[in-house]
Design a protein around this ligand. Sequence first.
Ligand code: NAD
Ligand code: MG
Length: 365
Amino acid sequence: MKRIAVLGSTGSIGTSALKVIGKHPECFSIAALSGYSNVRLLSRQARSFRPKLVCSGKDNAGLRRICYDRNVDHVLIAISGSAALEPLLWAIDAGKEVSLANKESLVMAGPVVMARAAAKGVKIIPIDSEQSAIWQCMHNEQPRGLRRIYLTASGGPFRGMTGRELQKISLADALRHPRWKMGRKITIDSATLMNKGFEVIEAIHLFGLSPEQVEVLVHPESIVHSMVEFIDGSVIAQLSVTDMRIPIQYALSYPRRLNSSLPSVDFVKTGALNFESPDTDTFPCLALALGAARTGGTMPAVLNAANDVAVEAFCQRRISFTGIPDMIERVMRKHRVKKQAGLDDIWRADAWARKEAVQTLGKVK
Ligand code: NAD
Ligand code: MG
């Protein structure tokens, strides 16, 4: 029996994780839950799963306590944004098995997180569907045998649009994702393609790759969740219906597989699977993220922080959809990068970029 703490249990990933756990009471139990603002849902979850520990609000002492609790075997991190970084590091320091949905933490501090996990012998099992796909394709393969990975992207709701059309995108348009139902921030990130840029950085750290080894492919059907190419030219792909319960369940059951009642892929009904190159001229967020990945140091933390402010400003209708990459680029241009960045440098860069981003508000349309 694996005793699991679900941090961020009231979100999109968190509620899906509880569904998976509830279906396999013989394998998993809930030791702890945490939620930020939806206290009503959190208490309903607590009544149903009866965990020993529940933490609500911005209670860092509570989250830390959960990560170190000896009745917790596995910490699933489904908190959104930069608030996940500290709990992730606590879970690693406590030597717990970790499954990670949050990507902002790895974007901000990938080298720090991976070095700590290696020092502690902690496995970080990915939940993000593309990273889970790569993880599954690499099973039992030698890292040296890998040539490149193909990260697939649905292309978001605005695939094929021109820059001019994008200027008129409303918040409601951006919140309508064609394939996945997710939290608000990641839905906007998917529409700008920043989400894919974050995933490139995430993959670089999770799998020890160089930026040149990661190729993004737009795949509108979202059936192939990513692929790995080996040095002999073989390519292995992972395919499934688009439902986050599949990667969540695998992260919890790894290296075993458990039954699921989700439907199989209907290949005949799906028909052709299409792949194309992403349009980074029209969707500059992807190019900005690739640039930050190549620069490294504190730059990815600046990218993440500026994006946070920009997405929030777009949600408050203070800037346009195309203002999001504009704001991020202005902040990145001004940043003096620190290459060998420790945790303090990263938090300092994060705070600097948030302040700088707010100051661009009058200049960005
Ligand atoms: P969400 O907004 O639906 O849920 C976020 C969760 O985090 C909630 O439980 C909320 O209470 C908690 N939270 C928010 N701010 C917090 C804070 N300051 N302190 C403590 N807890 C806080 O988000 P989501 O869609 O479930 O995504 C969660 C993470 O997983 C994100 O980093 C996202 O990028 C990643 N992810 C999500 C999906 C998806 O399908 N939703 C897929 C891949 C990766
Ligand atoms: Mg993803």
